[in-house]
Design a protein around this ligand. Structure first.
Ligand code: CDP
Ligand code: ZN
Length: 165
């Protein structure tokens, strides 16, 4: 029997990258001036990885690491918008459209408020989504644990997909 085509599907995404000197800090496709950046095989865009996994998760698909293995030289230094655009393509192919998405970046530093609107606008564009359905928040980690000690940056997101009828 065919799997049920649910009218709404929820997805969750989480990602974390180590911070290190010698890497650019790219969040949501935006270059953020900082002394350190995210260590990764790709460009280390913690927000785009999180959102990609949230969309893939909502669709019951394999996660970002399975679809784009970091052992594959093809993805070395890759811009992460490639991953998100593929997730969006798979979403549309399966007959879903974005309902809304809510994201939280967890970073002790740098202060993201000056960049938040640019990041959010770029995320809207990558998702082909209306301005009113993409939300972005930033939190510190109260100076504790790896994020709070500026050794990493984390991100979480939840997404709701709606079936196009
Ligand atoms: O006050 P509360 O513990 O809820 O939040 P916080 O982690 O102390 O962050 C206070 C505010 O700073 C947040 O509401 C964000 O808008 C902003 N923030 C930021 O711009 N960049 C960060 N890396 C972390 C927080
Ligand atoms: Zn990542």
């Amino acid at each position: 029997t065919a799997p049920p085509s649910l009218p709404v599907r929820i997805g969750h995404g989480f990602d974390l990258h180590r911070l290190a000197e010698g890497y650019k800090l790219i969040i949501g496709g935006i270059d953020i001036p900082h002394t350190k950046g995210c260590e990764a095989h790709s460009d280390g865009d913690v927000l785009l990885h999180t959102v990609t996994d949230a969309v893939l998760g909502a669709l019951n698909l394999p996660d970002i690491g399975q679809l784009f293995p970091d052992s594959d030289p093809k993805w070395k230094g890759a811009r992460s918008d490639i991953f998100l655009k593929e997730a969006v393509r798979l979403m549309e192919e399966r007959g879903y459209t974005l309902g809304n998405i809510d994201c939280t970046i967890i970073a002790q530093r740098p202060k993201l408020s000056p960049h938040k609107e640019a990041i959010r606008k770029n995320l809207c564009a990558l998702l082909n989504a209306h301005d009113s359905v993409v939300n972005l928040k930033a939190k510190t980690h109260e100076k504790v644990d790896s994020i709070g000690e500026e050794r990493s940056i984390g991100c979480q997101a939840v997404v709701l997909l709606l079936r196009k009828d």
